[in-house]
Design a protein. Structure first.
Length: 203
């Protein structure tokens, strides 16, 4: 376990303790990443998963010898494993963004999220884009409330590095990550995912 993950887990434990003592969080919420689940409050709990080629569910996948222009299966999906209806948000972070950004500019690619194939806009709405030091994060709301035991449609179904990108364009890019996290918040008293996650972020 690396230091960053230890810190995240430690912060999650501290946050849970603070909530238990102070009762400052007004809503039941949950967060899931590709490797860890953090549950805060009763009734809301989610599971973030993908599928291997044989259909089995996994937390995350590793891809080797990635080639531009080839579609690689990847289908982040959220299941409501709690007892309450919930609004869902998924954040997708692409690391080593400076390399991708430079290549995209070279070939007139104006939206790098197009590397995520099979995205269904009738099911998911893009809520925002955040650029980090060397990353970019795309945030999406699920358009309908997720009832207990229900599963979202996949956020997308594949990842394809643009075929126009050359080895020279990606020089020095030995690896990169697509980091995915999912957030959930109880349905009531909110009338939309946007309203719910404004409250989630405020807390």
């Amino acid at each position: 376990m690396n230091k960053r993950r230890v810190l995240v887990l430690a912060l999650a434990v501290c946050l849970t303790a603070i909530l238990a003592i102070g009762g400052t969080l007004a809503y039941f919420t949950d967060q899931d990443s590709a490797t860890n689940t953090f549950t805060m409050g009763a009734g809301v709990s989610i599971d973030l998963f993908e599928h291997n080629a044989d259909g089995t569910e996994v937390d995350a996948r590793t891809y080797s010898n990635v080639v531009p222009g080839v579609a690689y299966d990847k289908d982040p999906t959220v299941r409501n494993i709690g007892s309450s209806d919930a609004w869902i948000r998924v954040n997708v972070t692409l690391t080593r963004y400076s390399v991708f950004k430079a290549a995209a500019k070279e070939y007139g690619v104006t939206d790098l999220s197009t590397i995520f194939g099979g995205h269904d806009e009738s099911r998911w709405t893009r809520a925002g884009i955040t650029e980090g030091t060397d990353s970019i994060t795309y945030s999406y709301y699920y358009n309908t409330v997720l009832a207990p035991e229900e599963v979202t449609a996949p956020l997308f179904t594949s990842v394809t590095i643009p075929g126009v990108f050359t080895v020279e364009d990606l020089d020095g890019l030995s690896s990169f990550e697509i980091q995915i996290t999912a957030d959930a918040i109880q349905k009531d008293p909110f009338t939309s995912a946007a309203e719910a996650f404004r409250a989630f972020d405020a807390d």
